[in-house]
Design a protein around this ligand. Sequence first.
Ligand SMILES: Cc1ncc(COP(=O)(O)O)c(C=O)c1O
Length: 365
Amino acid sequence: LSWDLEAIDTPALIADADIVEQNLARMQAAADAAGLHMWPHTKTHKLPFLAERQMALGAEGITVSKLGEAEVMRDAGFTRILLHYPPLGEAKARRLAALVARGAEMRVALDSTEAADTVARAADMAGGSIDILVEIDPGMHRVGRQPGPEVLDLARYVAERPGLRFLGLTSYAGHISAAPDEAGKEGVLQHEIDVLGAERERLERAGLPPAVVSVGGTHHGARMDRLRNATDVRPGTYVYNDRNILAGDSCRPEDLAAAVLVTVVSRNASWAVVDGGSKAFSFDTSPLGGYGLVPGQPELSLDRMNEEHGVLVWPEGAAGPRVGERLRIVPNHICATVNLHDRVFFHRGGLVERVLPVAGRGRMQ
Ligand SMILES: Cc1ncc(COP(=O)(O)O)c(C=O)c1O
C-alpha cells in the first residue's frame, strides 16, 4: 500500500512514521538511562501496532485507562497490562476476571477498599491473583489516597485480601502541564517524588515494602533524571506529542508527529474555514489560546470550532490560506483527538505507508 499523502481525503488524522519511531526510541532510551521500567500509556494511540513497537523497544508492559482498551490489547496478544483506573461494580469484576482467565497478568491501580473488593471478586472468579498499585494523590486532586496513614491502611487491606497482591504505589501528577514555567514543573515533580518517598518509607517500616513505584506522563518522561524514588514510568502522549506538550517544553517542534489534515472550504478577509471542527479536533484548551497549531505558519490560529467547521484567523497584513488549500493542524491534545478518528494514516516521505483502524477508539467502559 502506498499513495501520495496529498491524495487522501480530508479531514484525516495523519502521523509521520519517522517522527513516531524517533519519539518511541528516544523515550525508551531515556528510561533505560534512568534505570526506569517503561509502561507506556496506550490511551494516546489506542493501536496494538504501536504497543507492539513499544514492547519490542523494551517496555515491560502497557498501561490502559479502561477495561475496554485492555480487552482490545489482550485480543491483540498483550498480557502485561496495567489498568490505571479504579474498577467498580459487578460488570467490571466479570470483565476483569475474563481477562485474567485469558492469560492477562493484570495490574490494577486503585484508591479505595471498594475498588479493591471489585478486583478481589474478579480474582476469585478467575481463580487467579491480581497485582495492586495503591494510587496516591500527588497534588492533582483527581484519583488517589491523600498522603499519610490512609495509604498504609489501604495497602494493608490489599495485602490481607485473598486474590490480591500488594505490588506498590502509583501517582499521576497531571497538573504539571498547567505549571507556567520550568520552576513550576520542577516544584510539582519534587513534591510528587517527596510524597512517594515518604509513603514508601512508611510502608517499609510497616513491613510492606513497595516493589513498584510508578509515575506518569510525557512531561515526566522529558525530565526522567528527576524521578528519584520511582521504578516505573508511564508516558503516553510522547508517541505523537501535541501543542500542549510543546507549550510545556516537553518536546521540540520537530517531535510533533501527528496532525489533522484539513482543507480550506471558505475564506473571508480575516478568517478562513477548514473542514474539521469539534468532530475532528478535541475541545481541550491551551495556555496559548486556540485549538491548534499550523506548523510553519504560526500566524494562523484555529480560533473557533463548530462541529464540522474550524475557523482560522490571522493578524492584519498576513496573507491567510486560499480556498482549496490543504493544511496540517496539530491539536492541543492528541489523545482526545485520536479518539475522534476511525483510522490513522501513517506516512513517510510524503507517501502513505499504512492505514490503521484506531482499535481502542471509544472503548470508554
Ligand atoms: C494515570 C495516567 N498515567 C499516565 C498518563 C500519560 O501521560 P501523558 O499523556 O502526559 O503522557 C496519563 C495521561 O492522562 C494518566 O492519566
